[in-house]
Every structure is written in structure tokens, then in C-alpha cells.
Design a protein around this ligand. Sequence first.
Ligand code: CS2
Length: 481
Amino acid sequence: MRLSNATLAGLPASVRRPAYARNAVTPGIVHLGVGAFHRAHQAAYVDECLAAGETDWGIVGASLRSADTRDALAPQDGLYTLAVRADDREELIVIGALLRLFVAPEDPAVLLDVMVDPAVRIVTLTVTEKAYLRNATGDLDADHPDIRADLAAPASPRTAHGFIVEALARRRAAGTPAFTVLSCDNLPNNGVTTRRVMAQFAALRDPELGCFVAEEVAFPSSMVDRIVPATTDADRARVSAALGLTDAWPVPTEPFMQWVVEDHFPAGRPDWERFGVTMVEDVTPYEEMKLRLLNGAHSSIAYLGQLLGHETVADAFADPAIRRFVDGIWQDFIATLPADAGLDTADYIERLASRFANTALRHRTAQIANDGSQKLPQRIVAATLDRMDEGLGVDRSAFALATWIAALAGRGTPPAFTDPLDAVLAPLLKADGDPEVVVEAVFAAAGFAAASPHRAALVAKTAAALATLRDVGPAQALALL
Ligand code: CS2
């Protein structure tokens, strides 16, 4: 038997379940990119709001590509289990916030119909860094084939840009107030970035529509945080056994969760702050702290872990040499954060250390290693350039960037992780290529430090670190550092 509305009442008493009548909930949010992260994060916050009686904020979830999530969850009426894991403990929570699921490419028209419904007041996104379709200067990549396709056929979009702009245009024509667009991706100033690419896309359709999107639509920024490893078959089997019912796609996660959101929702929003969301005027300091200290350390651990044969973050973090490196990177990057923003960075890294040490999560280093070309600019490069502005040392940062290149070059077949620039990077990564030439070419391809006066110095330092990694191997190179 499957987890579903009909079987919910029979769950063991230890399993938390929606404390509200699901059939009374109506949609107020459309979410694009309904993957595991969204289901462990925003949907969990919204579930609490629904339980507190704010029943007009249910979520309609859409996948922009794959049918996997819909196929797994539609037979379960959108229900799924969060498996909240810490070392030897596990709490199971069935989430009811997802009311319906769509696979956008199957029928873009029905998703657009939902997005123009006046009851939908917020559109949220977790589509990953690469789906913002930016070029090296951060502008919309207007030549991307999906952008061209969406300009040519606005009524059947493929991209988040196409759906959001077409829905906003239709609402405007119908006199329906615009929804607020809330990015929940790990990008700096994610609201500003989203506004920029959406307005540029809209302007390509019609300059006036571009102005409307840029000036009349709200794009608050947000910082999102919860560690969510990919679900394994072992998770499916363990959770289903505990439920006494099959859950085709439970989501393992950690107890910690954080969401800091700029409070600019002209069309209204749930009373999120009652459930632990921090509503602020400016999210920038929180976002920088999170991207540099959590994600910067995560990516460093991922590539070092790949090079040194550690399968999970907890394994890698238990390696004293890696731990020392991470402690160093934390101090390096804390020095780049504003001292007057009221951030308790010491407390933050202490918590991070215990989160990374959580052995129950089995968060694979290969998972985090994906998409480095899209992630490292905000996780490592930005803080590194800030240090160079101050004349501070960047040996550890350069080493982290070199581990990315070394791990990319040594991935084996099939590759343990992938990057959207693989086709461009592959020929550049020759094992015996001159390190300066390799690093220069990789930085150019990925646009790292493109406009910075420190670019040449950073390339040289990264090349030196790559040369050491090759000469003495990762363990010895780390020890030398
Ligand atoms: C990770 C993040 O996969 C990755 O790149 O660094 O997904 C990380 O787990 C989350 O940002 C935590 O909030």
C-alpha cells in the first residue's frame, strides 16, 4: 500500500502528519523546481503555516524537466516523508503542503493557467544556479537555445524565465496584481539576479514589458539553508518499513533549517516568522555568510574528499588534515564578512562543524562536487578577491580552486560528478598540460574573476597549487599547505 490521503490515518503514532484537513487547503504559491531541497525546506515551513490555519497558502509544484517527482508523488496525493536524521536518531514527518504536481514540458499551458490564477500570490524557485541562464557578466544569455525558443513561442515556455514573464504579462493584461517572485537558490542577491534576468528576458519580448517586470514586480532576496542529501534506495526501504506503507520518494535531511527573507511581498505572504523564518530588510550579510562559510567549505570538502577518497562529507570532515583546512578557510572567509552586521560568526561555524559531522546524513562529496563552475564564483572566488583587495593571503582559496580543477581532471569514467561546462572543460584538462595554461583556460571558460584586477595573480597562485597537487599528490600537498 502507498502513502496517500486515504492511508494517512493508519500511520504509526510516532510519525508526524499534516495536522489539518488537506482538502480545505487552496493554492497560494507556485513553486518551480520541486526537487528534494524545496521539499525539505520551504514546503516544511509552509506545512506549519497550513497547520496554524493559513489554509490559502498551499503549494503547486512544477518540475521544469523531469517527470520523476510527479511520477513518485502524484499517486501519493503529493504526500512524502521527511526523514530528519542526526547520528543515530531519525524523526519522520509527512508533509502535506504540496497540493498538485506538474511536469512543465508535458503541458505548459496548464501550468500557465495556474500561474495566472489571482489566488497565486507568490512564485518561488529552486532551479539551481545554472538555470538562471546568465553569461559571464551576469546578464541573461540571450543566445541560449531555450531562451530563443521561449521568445519564439511565449505560450509554451521551457524556462523559468518564459513561464514567469508570460504569466506576469497575462496577469497584467487581465488586471490581476503581479505575484511576488522569490528565488530560493544559492546565489548572492538572488532576488536582484532574478529580477535582472527576468526583466532582460521580458525586454526582449517587448521593452515596455521589460520595464514593467523591472519596476512593478517584487523580487525579494532570500537565504535558504538545509542540508538535503540525495535520496537513496536504502532511505526508501527504511522509511517505507517504518511507515508500514510505501513512500516512493522520502527526503532525508538534518534537524537544522534556516530561511532569511527580505520582507517585500506586495501581494501578501504567509505569516512565516511565526515558524522560525527571519524576515529582514536586507538579506545580503546573511547570504554572504552562508555562501562563503557553509557552501564555500562544502565545495572545498567535496573536491578534497574526491581527491582523497572520502565518500561523504562526514567522512571527509573527520579527516584531521581536511578539518584543519576547513578551519583555516573559515577564518579566511570570516575576515571578508562585514563586522557590523550583527552576525555571530563564531557560533555559526561551531554549528556548521556539528552539522558537517552528522554521520547519519551520508551527504556524498560527489553530489556537492557537481556544477563547480556555477557555484565557486560566489562560494570561493568572491571572498578570495575581497581578501586580495585587503592585501591578505589567499593560499588556501587558491588551493581550493586547484582541487576543483584536479578533481575535474581525475574524475574517471563514468565521471563521479558533472559540470554544465563539461564539453568546454574536457579538452582543457589534459593531465600533463602546463598548469598556468590549464588554469588560465579554465578561469576564462568559467568566467572566474573576469573583471577583477587580481585575476592574473589568482591564476598564478591557483596554477602553483595545481602543480603541487600533481607533483606530490593531494595528501602531501595539503600537509605542505
Ligand atoms: C551543497 C548545498 O550541493 C551543494 O552544493 O553545498 O546544496 C548545501 O547542502 C545547501 O546549500 C545547504 O543549505
